[in-house]
Design a protein around this ligand. Structure first.
Ligand SMILES: [Zn+2]
Ligand SMILES: [Zn+2]
Length: 276
């Protein structure tokens, strides 16, 4: 059975599924535990994302837990870091009883690599635009204390919408080896997990990050990964999770976590993906 710890509902601006639809799809795909991680992007350059999820999600969550008792449903948020606003983030987070805090990066110096303007700022130069992204993640991590967040989301997001040929645009270790090493060491030092985001399997043969970075994470001493489909609609829930589990194991990564109220329990990936 699978654990999908990165999902969006219509409590995210870009979510296209209700909590109930998400739960039905999760059960259909063999998910035993899922975590809602709707967006919170304080002061995003795209104002529609800067609006935090409504507290109505708690009502929906309570209903879903009653209707789907066979599914463990956790509450988390995908928080896009914005270091000058940490106090505001912490204050907002403290108003919730969260199971999981997924830290993500969608902006580099005020621009989202989703926007062509991001790459234009670097004259569409791959090295410069990718290095700037990796450096910004390193800087962001340095502003958090160990265990203040639980997992680093989609490392390599810069490549997802990059204006380069589809088969080569995935962010790789070679794009910024020293910076990626520093970044992975920082994830380990923060006692955070590294997410294996499966959304990129929809357009290619690698998760985000790719196996070269996952392998490097293991070489540097990293052990824990979280699986997330980043599903915004039902057909993407737990997408390509079989492949993602195989990729993790092939890199020597054997453990994931389940979270409850920010407390973690180690789960062996081999057992988790054995379907009975
Ligand atoms: Zn994201
Ligand atoms: Zn997401």
């Amino acid at each position: 059975m699978f654990l999908d710890y990165h999902t969006h509902t219509n409590f995210s601006t870009d979510g296209k599924q209700t909590v109930f639809q998400l739960c039905e799809a999760a059960l259909f795909r063999g998910v035993s535990e899922l975590c809602l991680t709707d967006h919170y992007e304080p002061h995003s350059p795209m104002p529609e994302f800067a609006v935090p999820p409504s507290r109505e999600i708690l009502t929906e969550l309570a209903k879903a837990r009653r209707v789907f008792p066979q599914l463990k449903i956790k509450l988390g948020f995908e928080v896009t870091d914005n270091p000058p606003h940490h106090d505001e983030i912490a204050e907002w987070m403290n108003t919730w009883e969260l199971d999981y805090f997924l830290l993500s990066h969608h902006t580099v110096e005020g621009l989202d690599p989703f926007m062509p303007e991001y790459f234009e700022r670097y004259n569409n130069d791959r090295k410069a635009s990718y290095e700037a992204y990796a450096l910004s993640v390193v800087e962001s991590l340095s502003t958090w204390r160990p265990r203040e967040f639980d997992c680093l989301a989609h490392l390599g997001y810069v490549g997802r919408y990059a204006p380069f040929p589809e088969d080569t645009r995935a962010f790789s270790w070679r794009d910024a080896p020293d910076i990626v090493d520093e970044l992975l060491r920082s994830v380990i030092d923060h006692e955070a997990a590294l997410e294996i985001n499966t959304a990129s399997y929809r357009a290619g043969d690698q998760p985000t990050p790719g196996v070269d970075i996952l392998r490097r994470y293991r070489e540097l001493g990293g052990e824990f990964v979280m699986f997330g489909s980043d599903a915004h609609k039902v057909e993407h829930v737990a997408y390509a999770f079989d492949r993602a589990h195989e990729a993790a194991l092939s890199c020597g990564l054997k453990y994931t976590y389940r979270f409850h109220r920010r407390e973690r329990e180690v789960v062996n990936i081999c057992c988790q993906c054995c379907r009975k």
